[in-house]
Every structure is written in structure tokens, then in C-alpha cells.
Design a protein around this ligand. Structure first.
Ligand SMILES: [Zn+2]
Length: 344
């Protein structure tokens, strides 16, 4: 994949770069493109669970740690805003332990996603935020947040904790039982939003601790991914399927990154009903910003600059001032799409 970096930088997005995008030397990349760089993100922890920096907590891709440090060091010296991306609940390494895997209503364990109801894992994520925050970093993009969909999580722990709230025996709790009673279903949604928000709050507390260790002009910002996809019900889907409610996230980090159509390849055209539905779903942006929050519109798999223009056009219509893109799809895209949309 040959990327025309210069043309991308001219269009002013936040580029989310993997070590592979940057190549072997941060110094070389920055000596060529540094004058175009205003803010750039580098992936610090992948969906595989591996860190690209010298983590003491997560498993490490040793071949990238030196580049990671050099990248942040040179960027901050050039006054380029430094951003690091990390995956949270999507963590294939940690999910090798069946104890932490999230489980569907059909009892199927997902080998790449952690149950969002595990305090130990929140602690793990918090350690990683502290580690990343010990570098000269302005912001962390937190991807892989939330539940996979409404049919999660039916692990032992979630059943035990949730079933009494709807007067059911844990072992008899089923998805059908939840959806046939709208009150039960609402209780399910609210409980899941609470769980995800608590997990994010742990990361936020860790970011504040990281502020005490390193001097930063502004506090370390955590920006939380909220997927908005027509096949998942757009904003309602983010709340009810994923447990991600922007108004609740506002109370914690004040910053969201909307993953635009993560599971849908074609963006809607202006003037179509689908476009209007998307604009309605993004209406919350105005209120979010008015209260002092920041919103970023993100799309993955944008490898040609013309595709970036499409994202910018939607951002402008929705009054979103910042666009982020990555060139590639996640390495486990097919498996993640299947667990989000397939028959699990
Ligand atoms: Zn669970």
C-alpha cells in the first residue's frame, strides 16, 4: 500500500499511524514530513493486545519500542501535538484467558473482546494509560470500548450480577427473557451503560494520576470511541448495543471520537434519507460542543485522499471540526465485523 502522506497532511486530518505506516525510523519520517505535521497519532496498544512501547504491563512488540520513543520525543520538540491510540476491551492477548472473555447470549465466547464488567481489567487498562501518560503525550484515543452488541455479555459474572435486577435466576437469564419485557430490556441497557462508563472512569482517573508525574500544558485528554453504524442503529445503537452514551462519556472525559460506519463500506450521499438519518444521529454533537466537549469524526481504511474528502464533508455538515483517519482496517476486521453483525 503506497500512501501519499503529503497529500493527506495537506487535507489536515489527524492521521492515526501504525509503526508499519511510519517505517523503520521516526527521524527519517519526521525529517521529510515534519513541516506538514500539526498533530499525529501513533498506535500504542493494538487490538492484538500488544504494546508498541516499552510496557511493563502489556506484552510488547520489542521491534517498535525505540521508534515509539523517538517519535514522541521528536514530535513534542517540534511542537506537534502528540496523540497515542490504544484498544481497550478489544484485546486478543488478554482474552486468551477464558475468565475474561465476553460471552454471547448463545453462550459463545469471543476470543478478542473482554467482558466490560471486570474491575481487574479496568485496572489493567488504567496501568496502560499511566504508562502512555508518562511519555510526552497530549491525548489518548481509546478504541475498542463498549460491548460488542446487545446480546452481550452473558458470562457467569454478568448473569449473577444482573439477573436479580429483573427478578430472574442467573442460569435462566436469556436474551429472549430480556427483550419480551421492555422494562427489563431498559434495565439491561442502563446497567451496561453504567458498566462501560465505570470502566472509562477508571482510565480517566489514571490519566489524572499521569498528570501528576509529567508536566503537561493541558491535562492528558482521553477521547473515547463511539461507533455509529446504520446496521447497528446509529446513535441509539451506540447506547443500546454497545453501552456507549455520549452524554455519560461527557461527564467523564468530555471527548469522543465517532467511528463512522465501522461495519458499512459505503458512506451515504447527501440528499438521501440515509444521509439525513446520519445527520440526525450526529445532532448530539452541537450540544456536546456547546457544553465544552470535543468531537472527532473518524474512519478507518481510508487509503486514498479522495475518501478523506467524503469524511470531511460529513464532518462539516455535522459541525464537527476534527477528522481522523487510519489507512488500514484493524488486522482482525473480519472477525470483529462477524461478532458485531453475525449470528452469535
Ligand atoms: Zn460479562
Amino acid at each position: 500500500m503506497k500512501i501519499d502522506f503529503r497529500e493527506f497532511f495537506m487535507k489536515n486530518p489527524l492521521l492515526v499511524l501504525t509503526p508499519e505506516d511510519i517505517g523503520s525510523s521516526a527521524r527519517e519520517f519526521i525529517s521529510v514530513y515534519g513541516s506538514y505535521m500539526r498533530e499525529v497519532a501513533i498506535v500504542g496498544k493494538r487490538a492484538s493486545g500488544y504494546a508498541t512501547y516499552a510496557s511493563r504491563t502489556a506484552p510488547v512488540e520489542q521491534e517498535h519500542t525505540q521508534m515509539f520513543e523517538e517519535w514522541l520525543d521528536l514530535s513534542s520538540k517540534l511542537k506537534v501535538k502528540t496523540v497515542v491510540a490504544m484498544d481497550f476491551y478489544t484485546d486478543r492477548w488478554f482474552a486468551k484467558d477464558p475468565k475474561y472473555q465476553t460471552i454471547s447470549a448463545k453462550g459463545q465466547a469471543v476470543p478478542h473482546q473482554i467482558c466490560p464488567n471486570r474491575e481487574e481489567f479496568w485496572q489493567y487498562g488504567a496501568e496502560i494509560v499511566k504508562e502512555i501518560g508518562s511519555y510526552p503525550v497530549d491525548e489518548i484515543l481509546v478504541f475498542g470500548t463498549g460491548f460488542i452488541r446487545d446480546r452481550f455479555c452473558f458470562c457467569e459474572r454478568c448473569r449473577q450480577e444482573f439477573a436479580p435486577r429483573v427478578g430472574q435466576e442467573p442460569e435462566r437469564l436469556s436474551y429472549e427473557f430480556l427483550v419480551e419485557n421492555p422494562d427489563h430490556h431498559q434495565t439491561w441497557h442502563d446497567w451496561r451503560v453504567d458498566k462501560v462508563t465505570q470502566g472509562i472512569a477508571q482510565l480517566q482517573a489514571a490519566a489524572r494520576e499521569a498528570d501528576d508525574v509529567v508536566e503537561r500544558s493541558e491535562p492528558l485528554r482521553l477521547t473515547i470511541e463511539v461507533p455509529i453504524d446504520p446496521q447497528m442503529g446509529l446513535l441509539e445503537g451506540a447506547k443500546n448495543e454497545n453501552g456507549l452514551d455520549p452524554s455519560r462519556i461527557f461527564d467523564v472525559t468530555k471527548s469522543v471520537i465517532i467511528n463512522l460506519y465501522p461495519w458499512t463500506p459505503v458512506l451515504p450521499r447527501k440528499g438521501t434519507p440515509e444521509y439525513d438519518h446520519l445527520m440526525e444521529a450526529l445532532y448530539f454533537v452541537k450540544e456536546f460542543k456547546r457544553r465544552g466537549g470535543t468531537v472527532t469524526l473518524y474512519r478507518w481504511g481510508v487509503s486514498v485522499p479522495e475518501k478523506l474528502d467524503e469524511v470531511w464533508a460529513i464532518a462539516r455538515d455535522a459541525e464537527i471540526d476534527r477528522v481522523a483517519v487510519s489507512f488500514r482496517f484493524p488486522e482482525d476486521y473480519a472477525a470483529r465485523r462477524e461478532s458485531a453483525l453475525g449470528d452469535v
